[in-house]
Design a protein around this ligand. Structure first.
Ligand code: PA5
Length: 428
Protein backbone atom coordinates (compact mmCIF):
# COMPACT_ATOMS: atom_id res chain seq x y z
CA UNK A 1 0.00 0.00 0.00
CA UNK A 2 1.14 3.56 -0.68
CA UNK A 3 1.68 5.40 2.60
CA UNK A 4 1.65 9.16 3.07
CA UNK A 5 3.35 10.95 5.93
CA UNK A 6 2.54 14.65 6.11
CA UNK A 7 4.00 15.23 9.60
CA UNK A 8 6.94 17.13 8.15
CA UNK A 9 4.57 19.65 6.57
CA UNK A 10 1.72 19.96 9.06
CA UNK A 11 3.56 22.59 11.13
CA UNK A 12 3.44 24.96 8.14
CA UNK A 13 -0.37 25.30 8.12
CA UNK A 14 -2.96 25.73 10.86
CA UNK A 15 -5.53 23.12 11.89
CA UNK A 16 -8.27 25.27 10.32
CA UNK A 17 -6.42 25.62 7.04
CA UNK A 18 -5.87 21.87 6.91
CA UNK A 19 -9.53 21.12 7.63
CA UNK A 20 -10.68 23.53 4.91
CA UNK A 21 -8.30 21.88 2.48
CA UNK A 22 -9.56 18.45 3.46
CA UNK A 23 -13.19 19.41 2.78
CA UNK A 24 -12.21 20.71 -0.61
CA UNK A 25 -10.25 17.53 -1.35
CA UNK A 26 -13.29 15.42 -0.47
CA UNK A 27 -15.42 17.49 -2.86
CA UNK A 28 -12.83 17.11 -5.61
CA UNK A 29 -12.68 13.34 -5.12
CA UNK A 30 -16.47 13.16 -5.43
CA UNK A 31 -16.17 14.96 -8.79
CA UNK A 32 -13.67 12.36 -9.97
CA UNK A 33 -15.87 9.51 -8.78
CA UNK A 34 -19.08 10.90 -10.26
CA UNK A 35 -17.38 12.12 -13.42
CA UNK A 36 -18.86 15.55 -12.86
CA UNK A 37 -15.74 17.71 -13.20
CA UNK A 38 -14.28 19.41 -16.29
CA UNK A 39 -12.64 16.99 -18.71
CA UNK A 40 -14.82 14.13 -17.45
CA UNK A 41 -14.64 12.45 -20.85
CA UNK A 42 -10.99 11.62 -19.98
CA UNK A 43 -11.51 9.32 -17.02
CA UNK A 44 -10.67 6.09 -18.86
CA UNK A 45 -7.57 5.57 -16.68
CA UNK A 46 -10.06 4.66 -13.91
CA UNK A 47 -12.35 2.64 -16.19
CA UNK A 48 -9.57 0.26 -17.26
CA UNK A 49 -8.85 -0.63 -13.62
CA UNK A 50 -12.51 -1.04 -12.79
CA UNK A 51 -13.00 -3.43 -15.72
CA UNK A 52 -9.59 -5.02 -16.43
CA UNK A 53 -9.16 -6.43 -19.92
CA UNK A 54 -7.31 -9.67 -19.15
CA UNK A 55 -7.40 -10.81 -22.78
CA UNK A 56 -5.49 -7.68 -23.80
CA UNK A 57 -2.93 -8.15 -21.02
CA UNK A 58 -2.36 -11.73 -22.22
CA UNK A 59 -2.05 -10.63 -25.85
CA UNK A 60 0.49 -7.96 -24.97
CA UNK A 61 2.52 -10.41 -22.90
CA UNK A 62 2.61 -13.05 -25.66
CA UNK A 63 3.61 -10.50 -28.27
CA UNK A 64 6.25 -8.94 -25.98
CA UNK A 65 7.71 -12.35 -25.26
CA UNK A 66 8.20 -13.08 -28.95
CA UNK A 67 9.89 -9.70 -29.45
CA UNK A 68 12.02 -10.20 -26.35
CA UNK A 69 13.23 -13.56 -27.64
CA UNK A 70 14.42 -12.19 -30.99
CA UNK A 71 15.45 -8.56 -30.33
CA UNK A 72 18.90 -7.28 -29.44
CA UNK A 73 17.56 -3.74 -29.38
CA UNK A 74 14.05 -2.49 -28.73
CA UNK A 75 13.42 1.19 -29.45
CA UNK A 76 10.60 3.06 -27.74
CA UNK A 77 9.82 6.02 -30.00
CA UNK A 78 7.59 8.60 -28.31
CA UNK A 79 7.55 11.76 -26.23
CA UNK A 80 5.80 13.06 -23.08
CA UNK A 81 3.12 10.67 -21.89
CA UNK A 82 3.99 8.36 -24.76
CA UNK A 83 7.37 7.34 -23.25
CA UNK A 84 7.85 8.68 -19.71
CA UNK A 85 5.77 6.00 -18.00
CA UNK A 86 7.54 3.08 -19.68
CA UNK A 87 10.91 4.69 -18.96
CA UNK A 88 9.98 5.21 -15.30
CA UNK A 89 8.86 1.61 -14.77
CA UNK A 90 11.80 0.09 -16.63
CA UNK A 91 14.28 2.20 -14.66
CA UNK A 92 12.58 1.29 -11.41
CA UNK A 93 12.26 -2.44 -11.97
CA UNK A 94 14.91 -3.61 -14.44
CA UNK A 95 17.99 -4.31 -12.41
CA UNK A 96 20.94 -2.08 -13.32
CA UNK A 97 23.67 -3.92 -15.23
CA UNK A 98 21.30 -6.82 -16.03
CA UNK A 99 22.04 -7.56 -19.68
CA UNK A 100 19.35 -10.21 -20.18
CA UNK A 101 16.77 -9.38 -22.84
CA UNK A 102 16.99 -6.64 -25.44
CA UNK A 103 18.65 -3.33 -24.77
CA UNK A 104 15.87 -0.74 -24.45
CA UNK A 105 16.61 2.56 -26.19
CA UNK A 106 14.51 5.70 -26.51
CA UNK A 107 13.97 7.94 -29.53
CA UNK A 108 11.45 10.54 -30.63
CA UNK A 109 11.71 12.31 -27.26
CA UNK A 110 13.95 15.09 -28.61
CA UNK A 111 14.67 16.84 -31.89
CA UNK A 112 18.42 16.23 -31.96
CA UNK A 113 19.95 15.28 -35.30
CA UNK A 114 23.09 14.31 -33.45
CA UNK A 115 21.18 11.89 -31.20
CA UNK A 116 19.50 10.23 -34.18
CA UNK A 117 22.73 10.01 -36.15
CA UNK A 118 24.56 8.38 -33.22
CA UNK A 119 21.62 6.06 -32.65
CA UNK A 120 21.64 4.90 -36.28
CA UNK A 121 25.36 4.29 -36.23
CA UNK A 122 24.94 2.29 -33.00
CA UNK A 123 22.21 0.18 -34.64
CA UNK A 124 24.52 -0.50 -37.59
CA UNK A 125 27.46 -1.65 -35.46
CA UNK A 126 27.72 -5.44 -35.58
CA UNK A 127 27.58 -7.52 -32.43
CA UNK A 128 30.73 -8.97 -30.85
CA UNK A 129 30.36 -12.18 -32.89
CA UNK A 130 30.20 -10.09 -36.11
CA UNK A 131 26.51 -10.69 -36.77
CA UNK A 132 23.96 -7.89 -37.27
CA UNK A 133 21.82 -6.58 -34.46
CA UNK A 134 18.17 -7.52 -34.44
CA UNK A 135 16.25 -4.25 -34.01
CA UNK A 136 12.56 -3.84 -33.11
CA UNK A 137 10.68 -0.58 -32.68
CA UNK A 138 7.52 0.58 -30.96
CA UNK A 139 6.31 3.98 -32.14
CA UNK A 140 3.84 5.53 -29.70
CA UNK A 141 1.76 8.63 -30.38
CA UNK A 142 -1.85 9.15 -29.37
CA UNK A 143 -2.36 11.95 -31.87
CA UNK A 144 -0.15 10.31 -34.47
CA UNK A 145 1.16 13.71 -35.47
CA UNK A 146 3.81 14.73 -32.90
CA UNK A 147 6.81 16.13 -34.77
CA UNK A 148 9.68 14.81 -32.58
CA UNK A 149 8.26 11.29 -32.73
CA UNK A 150 7.41 11.50 -36.45
CA UNK A 151 10.93 12.63 -37.40
CA UNK A 152 12.60 9.87 -35.39
CA UNK A 153 10.12 7.28 -36.67
CA UNK A 154 10.68 8.20 -40.31
CA UNK A 155 14.47 8.12 -39.80
CA UNK A 156 14.66 4.76 -38.02
CA UNK A 157 11.93 3.11 -40.08
CA UNK A 158 13.69 4.07 -43.35
CA UNK A 159 16.83 2.42 -42.08
CA UNK A 160 14.86 -0.63 -40.95
CA UNK A 161 13.21 -0.95 -44.38
CA UNK A 162 16.67 -0.89 -46.01
CA UNK A 163 17.94 -3.40 -43.50
CA UNK A 164 15.07 -5.85 -43.19
CA UNK A 165 12.93 -5.21 -46.32
CA UNK A 166 9.52 -6.90 -46.15
CA UNK A 167 10.30 -8.32 -42.74
CA UNK A 168 10.20 -4.79 -41.23
CA UNK A 169 6.49 -5.02 -40.73
CA UNK A 170 6.99 -7.77 -38.15
CA UNK A 171 9.49 -5.60 -36.31
CA UNK A 172 7.47 -2.42 -35.97
CA UNK A 173 4.56 -1.96 -33.59
CA UNK A 174 2.56 1.25 -33.57
CA UNK A 175 0.52 2.40 -30.58
CA UNK A 176 -1.92 5.19 -31.36
CA UNK A 177 -5.49 6.42 -31.08
CA UNK A 178 -8.31 4.34 -32.57
CA UNK A 179 -8.66 6.56 -35.65
CA UNK A 180 -7.18 9.62 -37.33
CA UNK A 181 -3.63 10.93 -37.40
CA UNK A 182 -1.04 10.10 -40.03
CA UNK A 183 0.23 7.22 -37.94
CA UNK A 184 -3.01 5.33 -38.57
CA UNK A 185 -2.55 5.92 -42.32
CA UNK A 186 1.01 4.57 -42.14
CA UNK A 187 -0.20 1.50 -40.23
CA UNK A 188 -2.85 0.85 -42.89
CA UNK A 189 -0.33 1.20 -45.72
CA UNK A 190 2.52 -0.77 -44.17
CA UNK A 191 0.58 -3.37 -42.17
CA UNK A 192 2.41 -2.73 -38.88
CA UNK A 193 1.08 -4.34 -35.72
CA UNK A 194 -1.21 -1.85 -33.93
CA UNK A 195 -2.20 -1.24 -30.33
CA UNK A 196 -4.99 1.21 -29.60
CA UNK A 197 -4.94 3.93 -26.98
CA UNK A 198 -8.54 4.36 -25.84
CA UNK A 199 -10.13 7.67 -26.73
CA UNK A 200 -10.94 8.44 -23.09
CA UNK A 201 -7.32 8.28 -21.86
CA UNK A 202 -4.91 11.18 -22.37
CA UNK A 203 -1.17 10.76 -22.93
CA UNK A 204 0.15 11.32 -19.40
CA UNK A 205 -2.55 9.05 -17.92
CA UNK A 206 -1.91 6.24 -20.43
CA UNK A 207 0.93 4.25 -18.87
CA UNK A 208 -1.34 1.33 -17.90
CA UNK A 209 -2.56 0.93 -21.50
CA UNK A 210 -0.42 -0.65 -24.28
CA UNK A 211 1.50 2.68 -24.29
CA UNK A 212 3.41 1.59 -21.20
CA UNK A 213 2.53 -2.09 -20.90
CA UNK A 214 4.00 -3.32 -24.19
CA UNK A 215 7.50 -1.78 -23.80
CA UNK A 216 7.58 -2.67 -20.11
CA UNK A 217 6.69 -6.26 -20.93
CA UNK A 218 9.40 -6.41 -23.63
CA UNK A 219 11.81 -5.29 -20.89
CA UNK A 220 10.87 -8.47 -18.99
CA UNK A 221 8.68 -6.89 -16.30
CA UNK A 222 5.57 -8.73 -15.14
CA UNK A 223 2.76 -6.50 -16.41
CA UNK A 224 -0.03 -8.59 -14.88
CA UNK A 225 1.37 -7.93 -11.40
CA UNK A 226 1.99 -4.28 -12.25
CA UNK A 227 -1.52 -3.78 -13.59
CA UNK A 228 -3.21 -5.62 -10.73
CA UNK A 229 -1.13 -3.58 -8.27
CA UNK A 230 -2.82 -0.53 -9.77
CA UNK A 231 -6.21 -2.26 -9.53
CA UNK A 232 -5.55 -2.91 -5.82
CA UNK A 233 -4.68 0.76 -5.26
CA UNK A 234 -7.82 1.80 -7.15
CA UNK A 235 -9.94 -0.35 -4.85
CA UNK A 236 -8.15 0.84 -1.70
CA UNK A 237 -8.77 4.48 -2.55
CA UNK A 238 -12.40 4.02 -3.57
CA UNK A 239 -13.17 3.02 0.02
CA UNK A 240 -10.33 4.64 1.98
CA UNK A 241 -8.86 7.72 0.31
CA UNK A 242 -7.85 9.34 3.64
CA UNK A 243 -4.08 9.54 3.10
CA UNK A 244 -4.41 10.72 -0.48
CA UNK A 245 -6.87 13.43 0.52
CA UNK A 246 -4.63 14.60 3.40
CA UNK A 247 -1.76 14.96 0.95
CA UNK A 248 -3.98 16.83 -1.53
CA UNK A 249 -5.29 19.12 1.23
CA UNK A 250 -1.77 19.91 2.33
CA UNK A 251 -0.41 20.58 -1.15
CA UNK A 252 -3.42 22.73 -2.01
CA UNK A 253 -2.91 24.89 1.08
CA UNK A 254 0.79 25.29 0.30
CA UNK A 255 -0.20 26.52 -3.14
CA UNK A 256 -2.74 28.92 -1.64
CA UNK A 257 -0.10 30.29 0.74
CA UNK A 258 2.01 31.29 -2.24
CA UNK A 259 4.46 28.40 -2.41
CA UNK A 260 5.70 28.11 -5.97
CA UNK A 261 7.56 24.79 -6.19
CA UNK A 262 7.24 21.17 -5.19
CA UNK A 263 10.59 19.40 -5.35
CA UNK A 264 9.78 15.75 -6.00
CA UNK A 265 12.74 13.59 -5.10
CA UNK A 266 13.91 10.25 -3.87
CA UNK A 267 16.96 8.73 -2.22
CA UNK A 268 16.50 5.69 -4.49
CA UNK A 269 18.16 6.33 -7.88
CA UNK A 270 15.82 3.76 -9.46
CA UNK A 271 12.99 6.24 -8.92
CA UNK A 272 14.55 9.11 -10.88
CA UNK A 273 12.46 8.26 -13.95
CA UNK A 274 9.35 8.01 -11.81
CA UNK A 275 10.01 11.51 -10.44
CA UNK A 276 10.18 12.64 -14.10
CA UNK A 277 6.86 10.92 -14.81
CA UNK A 278 5.15 12.64 -11.85
CA UNK A 279 6.71 15.91 -12.95
CA UNK A 280 4.93 15.65 -16.29
CA UNK A 281 1.72 14.28 -14.79
CA UNK A 282 1.41 17.11 -12.29
CA UNK A 283 2.99 19.88 -14.36
CA UNK A 284 0.91 19.42 -17.50
CA UNK A 285 -2.23 18.89 -15.44
CA UNK A 286 -2.01 21.74 -12.92
CA UNK A 287 -0.03 24.43 -14.72
CA UNK A 288 -2.93 26.41 -16.21
CA UNK A 289 -4.79 29.68 -15.68
CA UNK A 290 -1.86 31.11 -13.71
CA UNK A 291 -2.07 28.29 -11.16
CA UNK A 292 0.02 25.34 -10.01
CA UNK A 293 3.18 24.43 -8.14
CA UNK A 294 6.16 23.97 -10.43
CA UNK A 295 7.12 20.29 -10.06
CA UNK A 296 10.90 20.17 -9.89
CA UNK A 297 12.72 16.84 -9.53
CA UNK A 298 15.72 15.78 -7.50
CA UNK A 299 17.72 12.58 -7.20
CA UNK A 300 19.26 12.26 -3.75
CA UNK A 301 21.74 12.05 -2.26
CA UNK A 302 23.40 13.05 -5.58
CA UNK A 303 21.55 16.36 -5.83
CA UNK A 304 22.23 17.35 -2.22
CA UNK A 305 25.64 18.18 -3.63
CA UNK A 306 24.17 20.43 -6.31
CA UNK A 307 20.76 21.93 -5.51
CA UNK A 308 20.80 20.95 -1.81
CA UNK A 309 22.09 24.40 -0.88
CA UNK A 310 19.24 26.07 -2.76
CA UNK A 311 16.64 23.89 -1.08
CA UNK A 312 18.14 24.50 2.36
CA UNK A 313 18.63 28.25 2.20
CA UNK A 314 17.26 29.67 -1.06
CA UNK A 315 13.99 31.54 -1.46
CA UNK A 316 11.43 30.07 0.98
CA UNK A 317 8.77 29.20 -1.56
CA UNK A 318 9.17 25.46 -1.97
CA UNK A 319 7.79 22.27 -0.51
CA UNK A 320 9.27 18.85 -1.02
CA UNK A 321 7.80 15.42 -1.73
CA UNK A 322 10.08 12.47 -1.03
CA UNK A 323 9.37 9.02 -2.47
CA UNK A 324 10.64 6.54 0.09
CA UNK A 325 11.26 2.78 -0.22
CA UNK A 326 11.37 0.87 3.03
CA UNK A 327 13.08 -2.38 2.00
CA UNK A 328 15.60 -2.34 -0.83
CA UNK A 329 15.64 -5.01 -3.53
CA UNK A 330 19.18 -5.85 -2.47
CA UNK A 331 21.75 -4.27 -0.19
CA UNK A 332 25.41 -4.36 0.75
CA UNK A 333 27.22 -3.90 4.03
CA UNK A 334 30.32 -1.76 4.16
CA UNK A 335 33.42 -3.94 4.08
CA UNK A 336 36.29 -3.70 6.54
CA UNK A 337 39.47 -2.27 5.07
CA UNK A 338 43.06 -3.10 6.01
CA UNK A 339 43.38 0.25 7.78
CA UNK A 340 41.16 3.23 8.67
CA UNK A 341 42.87 5.94 6.63
CA UNK A 342 39.52 6.73 5.00
CA UNK A 343 38.05 7.05 8.53
CA UNK A 344 35.04 4.92 7.67
CA UNK A 345 35.52 2.20 10.29
CA UNK A 346 32.60 3.59 12.30
CA UNK A 347 30.40 2.39 9.42
CA UNK A 348 32.04 -0.99 8.85
CA UNK A 349 29.50 -3.80 8.74
CA UNK A 350 26.56 -1.41 8.42
CA UNK A 351 24.00 -1.69 5.66
CA UNK A 352 24.42 0.93 2.92
CA UNK A 353 20.61 1.18 2.69
CA UNK A 354 20.55 2.06 6.40
CA UNK A 355 23.24 4.70 5.84
CA UNK A 356 21.14 6.07 2.97
CA UNK A 357 18.12 6.13 5.32
CA UNK A 358 20.11 8.22 7.80
CA UNK A 359 20.88 10.62 4.95
CA UNK A 360 17.13 10.77 4.24
CA UNK A 361 16.23 11.37 7.90
CA UNK A 362 18.96 13.98 8.29
CA UNK A 363 17.86 15.75 5.10
CA UNK A 364 14.21 15.80 6.22
CA UNK A 365 15.17 17.30 9.58
CA UNK A 366 17.41 19.92 8.01
CA UNK A 367 14.93 20.89 5.28
CA UNK A 368 12.00 21.19 7.70
CA UNK A 369 14.10 23.28 10.10
CA UNK A 370 15.18 25.37 7.11
CA UNK A 371 11.53 26.17 6.23
CA UNK A 372 10.70 23.49 3.65
CA UNK A 373 7.54 21.45 4.32
CA UNK A 374 8.27 17.78 3.58
CA UNK A 375 5.74 15.11 2.60
CA UNK A 376 6.83 11.48 2.38
CA UNK A 377 5.12 9.07 0.02
CA UNK A 378 6.22 5.53 0.81
CA UNK A 379 6.31 2.03 -0.58
CA UNK A 380 7.23 -1.06 1.31
CA UNK A 381 9.35 -2.46 -1.53
CA UNK A 382 10.21 -1.63 -5.10
CA UNK A 383 8.47 -4.33 -7.15
CA UNK A 384 5.91 -4.52 -9.97
CA UNK A 385 2.93 -4.69 -7.63
CA UNK A 386 3.99 -1.65 -5.61
CA UNK A 387 4.90 0.32 -8.74
CA UNK A 388 1.39 -0.33 -10.09
CA UNK A 389 0.01 1.02 -6.83
CA UNK A 390 2.22 4.11 -6.94
CA UNK A 391 1.23 4.88 -10.53
CA UNK A 392 -2.49 4.84 -9.85
CA UNK A 393 -2.00 6.71 -6.57
CA UNK A 394 -0.39 9.60 -8.45
CA UNK A 395 -2.95 9.54 -11.26
CA UNK A 396 -5.78 9.86 -8.75
CA UNK A 397 -3.86 12.36 -6.64
CA UNK A 398 -3.31 14.56 -9.69
CA UNK A 399 -6.97 14.51 -10.70
CA UNK A 400 -8.19 15.30 -7.17
CA UNK A 401 -5.62 18.01 -6.48
CA UNK A 402 -6.11 19.74 -9.84
CA UNK A 403 -9.89 19.73 -9.41
CA UNK A 404 -9.24 21.52 -6.11
CA UNK A 405 -7.60 24.28 -8.15
CA UNK A 406 -10.74 24.41 -10.31
CA UNK A 407 -8.78 23.55 -13.39
CA UNK A 408 -9.32 20.81 -16.00
CA UNK A 409 -6.52 18.29 -15.28
CA UNK A 410 -6.81 16.46 -18.59
CA UNK A 411 -6.03 19.01 -21.29
CA UNK A 412 -2.86 20.95 -22.17
CA UNK A 413 -4.00 23.95 -24.22
CA UNK A 414 -0.75 25.85 -23.66
CA UNK A 415 1.36 23.18 -25.37
CA UNK A 416 -0.23 24.16 -28.68
CA UNK A 417 1.28 27.66 -28.53
CA UNK A 418 4.88 26.65 -29.17
CA UNK A 419 3.75 24.22 -31.85
CA UNK A 420 1.91 26.94 -33.76
CA UNK A 421 4.95 29.24 -33.61
CA UNK A 422 7.33 26.41 -34.60
CA UNK A 423 5.21 25.22 -37.55
CA UNK A 424 4.93 28.83 -38.77
CA UNK A 425 8.72 29.12 -38.72
CA UNK A 426 9.08 25.75 -40.47
CA UNK A 427 6.66 26.84 -43.17
CA UNK A 428 4.10 24.10 -42.58
O1 PA5 B 1 -0.09 14.16 -21.78
C1 PA5 B 1 -0.13 14.40 -22.97
O2 PA5 B 1 -1.17 14.29 -23.65
C2 PA5 B 1 1.12 14.80 -23.72
O3 PA5 B 1 2.22 14.91 -22.89
C3 PA5 B 1 1.43 13.79 -24.82
O4 PA5 B 1 1.65 12.53 -24.23
C4 PA5 B 1 2.65 14.19 -25.64
O5 PA5 B 1 2.52 15.49 -26.13
C5 PA5 B 1 2.83 13.23 -26.83
O6 PA5 B 1 1.67 13.26 -27.61
P1 PA5 B 1 1.35 12.11 -28.64
O7 PA5 B 1 1.20 10.83 -27.89
O8 PA5 B 1 0.08 12.54 -29.30
O9 PA5 B 1 2.51 12.04 -29.61
Amino acid sequence: MVTVDIDGARGFITEDEFNQGKKRAEGAFEKVKKGSGPGNEWLGWRRILDQPNDAELDRIEQHALSVREDADIFIVCGIGGSYQGAKAIIEALKKPFDSRGPEILFAGHNMSGNYLKQLLSYLKQPKEDGSEKSVYLNVISKSGTTLETAIAFRTIRSWMHEQYGEETKNRITATTGPTGGVLNQIIDEEGYHKYEIPDDIGGRFSVLTPVGLFPVSVAGIDIQTLFYGAVAEYKTNESDPESLLNYAALRFKMHKKGYALDVIGSFEPELSGFCGWTQQLLGESEGKEGKGLFPATASYSTDLHSIGQMIQQGQRNMMETLLVIDKPFSDLTLVAAHNDVDQLDYLTGRSIHEINKSALEGTCQAHIEGGVPVVRVGLDKLNAQQMGRLIYFYELFTAVYVYMLEVNPFNQPGVENYKKAMYRLLGK
